[in-house]
Design a protein around this ligand. Sequence first.
Ligand code: B12
Ligand code: SF4
Length: 428
Amino acid sequence: MIFITGMLAQKVSLHEIVRRCKEKGKLIVLGGPYVTSTIEELPYADHIFQGEAETTLPQFFEDLERGEAKRTYKAPERPPLAITPVPDFGLVNLKRYSNMSVQYSRGCPFSCEFCDIIEIYGRVPRTKSNQQMLAEFDALKQLGWRGPLFIVDDNFIGNKKNVRMLLPDLIEWQKRNGYPFSLLTEASVNLADDDDLLIAMKDAGFRRVFLGIETPVEESLKEAQKTQNRGNLLDSVRRIQSRGMEVMAGFIVGFDNDPDDIFERQIEFIRESAIPMAMVGMLNALPDTQLWRRLEREGRLLGADATGNNTIATVNFIPKMDVETLISGYQRIMKTIYKPSEYYRRALDSLQRTPQDVPEAHQYHGIKAVTAFLRIAFKLGVLDAERREFWRFFIEAARKHNDRMTELLRHAAMAYHFRKLNESYGDT
Ligand code: B12
Ligand code: SF4
């Protein structure tokens, strides 16, 4: 029996995996965000789980034992996370991962028009208990994991009251264990308004946070119902950076209210904010979102299909802006911000703005560190056409931040990754 999960953006490979497993005569069980949120015809599977599986999976096993397993299981309501078991991290080959994941909460209290999180996981953020979280931290530590640990919440500060109670325990755990994990997560921009929370996150070992900034244009934020992104967004980013956390962020073009100079404004904002990893996408409507329903009412949806990938320069609705202008503008943003000189400048500025007291936990020690350095230096500093930019960045960064070598190399690798990814999309 093969259990398969997937996001909308992975549907093509998911269909392919299902087909291959079926050919081998296996029983297939499907679950995850794609089968939960799509309105398309699902691939053939013996059992399909829609929604969260904390209560339906135990039910399935009971039914299976009795020989009465059903084709579909749909969670009647969103389960409390108190019943989520500690994942069996021992099944994972840790060597193949750059990050490990744990989840503290699901759901988000905001109401952004394009967001499917609130449709899938709800607007009342549910959290695990502190004990559950520490048990997951313990389990990963016991297995020997050291380095980045991604708290894969939709919005880590969605339930601020509980987060405030969690952080002192995380701080204590990290101190007691010598900070084996460097934490990263996703949060809404209003994190910047709460300095106590920022300080507690810094003390708990948070090094990076992903924000949904989306756009510097006020009218477009209003249209997206992104009311939490108010005030001076550049200042908000700076405040978070000043507490030692690198800011990563999502940006979107293609809102109805986007002005003609949106592309230049996004480039300028990304430059000024010193956000090295800016995930820029074109607005796309995901099924069963408020945006989807509005565009359907307005007769602007282009078919009932969605790729779920907003970074391949396509739109699935009729935008207000001329499509050609939108696509070429989007590509201009990507080409500009991922030019090595631009990425490295932002990385240097970000390092400067994110002071650290303790070195970041990582997996690269001894011979592994030397090998990682040599591989990056050979590929980016010898073979690559942009090698001059690499050395310029590396020398300046190492001169100013020689205690943050893992970060420097991560930035170099990321710059290369994004440039190559961008080139692979070409001009389509
Ligand atoms: C971490 C994360 C990532 C990480 C993944 C790292 C990794 N190695 O796992 C990274 C950053 C790489 C990532 C990338 C992307 N992501 Co992402 N990601 C997440 C996030 C925040 C957490 C995922 C997670 O671990 N959840 C914890 C588990 C426990 O929850 P769960 O998957 O829902 O599982 C529960 C049920 O669904 C069910 N279940 C799930 N699978 C199965 C399978 C079976 C057989 C059964 C029985 C039950 C079952 O049981 C679980 C317990 O209840 C989610 C948001 C979220 N809340 O899940 C978005 C999310 C999954 N990502 C999303 C998107 C859009 C993307 C990107 C396409 C973004 C982009 N434009 O590039 C890329 C795709 C990358 C790719 N091509 O593969 C969307 C998917 C939307 C959709 N409808 O499909 C989500 C929902 C967030 C969002 N709305 O933006 N992502
Ligand atoms: S803040 Fe993020 S997760 Fe919350 S509703 Fe808006 S887009 Fe969705």
